[in-house]
Design a protein around this ligand. Structure first.
Ligand SMILES: NC(=O)c1ccc[n+]([C@@H]2O[C@H](COP(=O)([O-])OP(=O)(O)OC[C@H]3O[C@@H](n4cnc5c(N)ncnc54)[C@H](OP(=O)(O)O)[C@@H]3O)[C@@H](O)[C@H]2O)c1
Length: 395
């Protein structure tokens, strides 16, 4: 049988991971026909051919059957993707921003498992394992923030030291705001909602609470209450409407999400029949990402395609939830909220509120990270958050 010819675009963490997965698993069935990169001068250890910088010429080479895109460049990747449609080639990508922007769904030449959840085959699971549909999906979808939270709550580091260690280990962007603003898990959640519910969510449909303002006062508060915090993306169908959010969430220490460590990602799903499922795998790094890209290629060559379906526009439902807000600024007059209690700790005021999450997410101090919001997980909602010292308590 003829080997399929691959054009690999990008030879950084994900691209090299794909190349190594191919070396280990795929040389009998696939051939790397060419590799394209940005900087033609860079030395690439272990690469068996010379990389080109002329990406489009490589893609338009009639010998190429499959394009594997692992660059992270959105503008150029759109042009490359369009070329593969014209050339009738498969396009496999790890590029979540690109995927979230593509409006077509079920395009038969497109697979993108590596864009959501690293090695977790969550898109394929949603496509194949829930014939009656899904009613909710919740996930730790960002390995970088989970790595930071693990250093803090498992190893006992302060927030700043946890962040520093995560940076040194290569899990955090040079500008950490890009990892802490919640944009990454929100984009992944929007992609997963297409497969879970057949619904297209716009960025504004997701209530996003950043981890930007997280600090040592929060760490102390969470430890003292014997809780764990995980950065969880949630989407659930509620009478045909969807509620979607990304938030630091307080969970019990024995909760399965609290056991998701380091760069791991995890997803919990409840199907339409009420059965629940939990999946966990490494969410970032060379090998998990490379394997996810390679597995798409294998799945496609065995006949797997995303289902063709027309996506419905999201009808959002306002979600009311219990939250803890730690802030130096009282903004309650901007909210339709019920204050359950409030206290002072470490120089900050803590509020325990019930409120509309979308409303709270749009308040400037929350968006900018001047206030940190924690959604109270369902199983801990009856727990009382005791103030450290009774300086001031409002009920
Ligand atoms: N790293 C992870 O753990 C991970 C996990 C999941 C998904 N992803 C996704 O994988 C993609 C790549 O991430 P990465 O971490 O591998 O990035 P990276 O290490 O920075 O590597 C990017 C590669 O793409 C090349 N490149 C960039 N722009 C290009 C262009 N216009 N034309 C040709 N080549 C170009 C770069 O070339 P030079 O080498 O010449 O600079 C480099 O080889 C992103 O979409 C990312 O979101 C990454």
């Amino acid at each position: 049988m003829k080997k399929l010819n691959i054009a690999l675009i990008g030879f950084g963490t994900a691209g090299r991971g794909f190349y190594e997965a191919w070396q280990q698993l795929g040389t009998a069935r696939f051939n790397i026909h060419g590799v394209a990169v940005k900087n033609g001068e860079k030395k690439r250890n272990g690469l068996h051919l010379e990389a080109t910088t002329d990406v489009l010429s490589l893609i338009n080479d009639p010998a190429v059957d499959v394009v594997v895109e692992a660059t992270g460049n959105v503008k150029d990747a759109k042009i490359w993707y369009e070329a593969t449609i014209k050339n009738r080639q498969l396009f496999v990508t790890a590029n979540k921003q690109l995927v979230a922007q593509l409006s077509g769904f079920g395009n038969q030449n497109l697979l993108y498992e590596a864009s959501c959840g690293g090695a977790l085959p969550i898109v394929r699971l949603l496509e194949t394992c829930f014939p009656h549909g899904v009613s909710s999906i919740r996930g730790v979808l960002n390995g970088s923030t989970n790595y930071i939270l693990t250093r803090i709550f498992v190893d006992g580091f302060s927030f700043n030291d946890g962040l520093l260690i995560a940076k040194e280990a290569g899990f955090v962007e040079a500008d950490e705001r890009l990892d802490l603003d919640g944009g990454d898990p929100a984009t992944k959640l929007r992609i997963l909602c297409r497969h879970a519910f057949g619904i297209r969510l716009l960025a504004d449909d997701v209530a996003v609470f950043p981890l930007l303002g997280f600090n040592d006062v929060d760490v102390k508060f969470i430890r003292r209450n014997k809780l764990a915090v995980r950065y969880i993306a949630t989407a659930a169908l509620d009478e045909g409407k969807i509620v979607a959010r990304v938030a630091p969430e307080l969970v019990a220490e024995e909760h399965p999400f609290a056991k998701v460590l380091n760069e791991e990602n995890a997803v919990s799903i409840i199907d339409k029949g009420g059965e629940s499922y939990f999946f966990k795998a490494k969410g970032a790094g060379k090998q998990p990402t490379g394997t996810a890209l390679f597995n798409d290629l294998e799945a496609w060559s065995q006949g797997f395609r995303y289902k063709k379906r027309k996506l419905a526009k999201a009808k959002s439902s306002p979600e009311i939830s219990e939250v803890i807000v730690r802030t130096a600024v009282d903004f309650r007059d901007q909210l339709t909220a019920e204050t359950i209690e409030s206290w002072i700790e470490g120089g900050f005021r803590f509020y325990r509120l019930r409120c509309y999450l979308h409303e709270l997410a749009h308040i400037a101090v929350v968006k900018s990270g001047e206030a940190c919001v924690f959604v109270v997980g369902k199983e801990v909602s009856r727990q009382r958050f005791k103030p450290e010292s009774v300086l001031s308590i409002e009920y």
